[in-house]
Write a protein that binds this ligand. Structure first.
Ligand code: GUN
Length: 303
């Protein structure tokens, strides 16, 4: 059996089309577009490429887009003042500070300084609390977990009463997706287990999963024989395992592998996300949705 492929690249296109239409509609009726600022400190190459892609996507869907690049040596006080400026700017609905930050800056202090009503990353404790409560309390679900849930829903995967096993307990993926899957509502209502580095029987837990969400950052951690036949496998891992020359551009590019051995797993699973082209493209897509929703909350179009 070969699994159904749940492709983030296809779902991204569907959602970006929906967002583009909605932005045009709101612009016509209300004369406003969502505004997103991305603050980048320093020149970490991975961060530069993420931020560039975020900017391009924001432009594509018709947002006002600002990229605010700051020197590696900016002081914590100056960065806090910059955030305060954007908190007060009515044309900005989403503020994103690209992580990681240099060591001399306290990441927690910076993230906590962003107005929770402009925190489109969903990392502020207020938004983490809103997510925990669930339902209409949720304003900005964090982007990668929101993308995972969207893929599960659009992939037609049954989650109600399903055994969901989440491998990994990070604040960005593992903990929030586990919390989202246990809530009431579509793409949720599941029985959820979180497993991590101290779990005694990783294999036994994975084998019970109807939906297996793997976000450990360890290439090939989940063995194909741990997958229940017919299960849905969501691989969040994006691990750089080497380099190759791109056939398209002739430039050096990273070879990416997931946390699951895709070729073997697709013969056992019922549905599976590829790496690359799976969960990855969904993160920026959900950032666009959160930024659009931020404007909609402000205009009273959402509660
Ligand atoms: N660095 C890597 N991923 C992310 C993300 O989703 N948001 C932010 N702000 N920084 C990141």
């Amino acid at each position: 059996m070969t699994a159904q492929l749940i492709k983030g690249t296809d779902i991204r296109e569907e959602i970006l089309e929906e967002i583009t239409k909605e932005v045009a509609d709101i612009k016509e009726k209300h004369g406003q577009v969502p505004g997103l600022v991305t603050i980048l400190v320093g020149e970490n190459p991975a961060s530069v490429s993420y931020v560039t892609l975020k900017g391009k996507t924001a432009n594509r869907v018709g947002f006002k887009e600002l990229q605010d690049n700051q020197d590696e040596n900016i002081s914590e006080a100056d960065l806090l003042a910059l955030i305060d400026k954007y908190n007060k700017d009515d044309s900005i609905h989403g503020i994103l500070v690209q992580l990681p930050l240099p060591d001399h800056i306290d990441e927690k202090k910076i993230l906590n300084a962003i107005d929770p009503d402009k925190d489109v990353d969903g990392f502020h404790p207020v938004n983490v609390g809103r997510l925990m409560i669930g339902g209409s309390e949720v304003k900005f679900p964090p982007c990668t977990p929101a993308g995972i849930q969207e893929m599960i829903v659009r992939g037609g995967v049954e989650t109600s009463g399903a055994e969901v096993v989440v491998v990994g307990r990070s604040n960005i993926v593992g903990k929030p997706i586990a919390n989202m899957m246990v809530q009431k509502g579509p793409g949720a209502n599941s029985t959820v287990t979180i497993v991590h580095t101290r779990t005694k029987d990783l294999e036994g837990h994975c084998k019970r999963a109807d939906v297996l969400i793997v976000a450990a950052g360890v290439p090939g951690l989940v063995k194909p024989e741990w997958i229940k036949p017919g299960a849905c496998v969501i691989d969040v891992g994006v691990n750089r395992v080497g380099e190759k020359i791109s056939e398209k551009t002739g430039k050096k590019v990273a070879i990416l592998r997931g946390d699951v051995d895709f070729d073997a797993a697709k013969e056992i699973a019922g549905s599976i996300t590829p790496v690359p082209g799976g969960v990855g493209p969904m993160t920026i897509t959900m950032l666009m949705r959160n930024t659009l929703n931020s404007l909609k909350y402000q205009l009273g179009l959402m509660e």
